[in-house]
Write a new protein. Structure first.
Length: 336
């Protein structure tokens, strides 16, 4: 942002800093949780510890470690420990978490034995439970939120596949969610299909209802159309205060808003960019030679069509990851 007429004076720079310096903003880094969707949660303890140390040094507010998946549902799973985030696994990496960084896990509706696997808060180093559900699972999600709240946790609600939800269904869901004890309600661009105008409108709706209920709003964006960063800023300017990001954008498919971008954009002196850059250099650049994530045309196409990126993930993992025209034609046949 510059002053009117393109002024680049000290006044303009002051305005620029004022827009981005908002002390109420919180950064939640979900590198391990969202990134785990690309390697079946098989991160080594040393990798998770380095990301944790980076989060502490960078001054981010919260770090998400993975999922609280139900082993009875995933009985044959070969997933790594961050699919389940047992207390022993978490403590093995972070100890008693002596830092000021909050730790979170995601609990999927109908895939989490939340009564058993989510311990009372005073028995856990985790402090935030993020409940994720599709719109038809909202009643289950509300029960999960109440359970976590009663156990002493902060909670968020992440409505998945928001871009496919009809307005009437969304209004009904939000009315119920806002009446729950949840602390933060997220605008989630699961398919990376939203444009900034849509993010602005949706965030405005969420903020209006959330503020009336004494709650906050968050944004979780995917980068299928290279808009995750722009949409995160748009949501922030529209009133969202919890900003999700991942280091080097590591996340499912096209990935997420990069932590280094959002930390560099925010002017709060509590955030520090250098530790994030070190982590990108030391961990994420080598990992990018083993795992394929981030923007590519197959993810762009699924984002434009507002569909789950699983088909794009499959083609990127095939012997012809860059046969874009064949993939485009296949998607068009399915759309007809």
């Amino acid at each position: 942002m510059t002053a009117q007429g393109g002024d680049t004076s000290d006044t303009a720079r002051h305005i620029d800093s004022w827009v981005t310096f908002r002390p109420e903003l919180k950064v939640l880094d979900c590198t391990i949780r969202d990134g785990g969707l690309m390697n079946d949660h098989q991160f080594e303890d040393s990798f998770v510890k380095r990301v944790y140390d980076t989060a502490v040094a960078a001054g981010v507010d919260c770090m998400e470690l993975g999922y609280k998946a139900d082993r009875k549902v995933f009985v044959d799973s070969k997933s790594g420990p961050w699919k389940f985030c047992t207390e022993d696994d978490v403590r093995r990496v972070v100890g008693e978490n002596p830092s000021g960084v909050k730790l979170s896990v995601m609990a999927d509706a109908e895939r989490t034995d939340y009564h058993t696997d989510i311990l009372p808060r005073d028995q856990s180093v985790i402090s935030v439970i993020r409940v994720a559900s599709y719109v038809h699972q909202v009643p289950t999600a509300i029960d999960m939120i109440k359970d976590a709240h009663d156990k002493g946790y902060e909670t968020t609600f992440n409505l998945m596949a928001l871009s496919t939800v009809q307005e009437r269904d969304l209004d009904d869901a939000l009315e119920v969610v806002m009446a729950s004890p949840v602390d933060v309600v997220y605008v989630v661009d699961s398919f990376g299909s939203f444009y900034s105008e849509q993010i602005r409108e949706l965030t405005g709706k969420f903020v209006k209802m959330a503020h009336a209920a004494g709650k906050e709003v968050g944004i979780h964006a995917h980068n299928n159309q290279q808009l995750a960063y722009a949409n995160t800023i748009e949501a922030m300017l529209s009133g969202a205060t919890w900003l999700d990001s991942t280091i080097a954008g590591l996340g499912r498919g096209a990935g997420n808003c990069p932590t280094e971008l959002i930390v560099g954009f925010l002017k709060n002196p509590k955030f520090h960019l250098r530790p994030v850059l070190e982590c990108v250099q030391d961990l994420l650049v080598p990992l990018s030679k083993e795992i394929d994530w981030g923007y590519s045309i197959p993810y762009m196409l699924t984002g434009q069509l507002n569909i789950h990126p699983r088909m794009a993930m499959a083609v990127r993992d095939s012997d012809t990851p860059d046969n874009y025209v064949e993939f485009y034609d296949r998607l068009q046949e399915g759309a007809d």
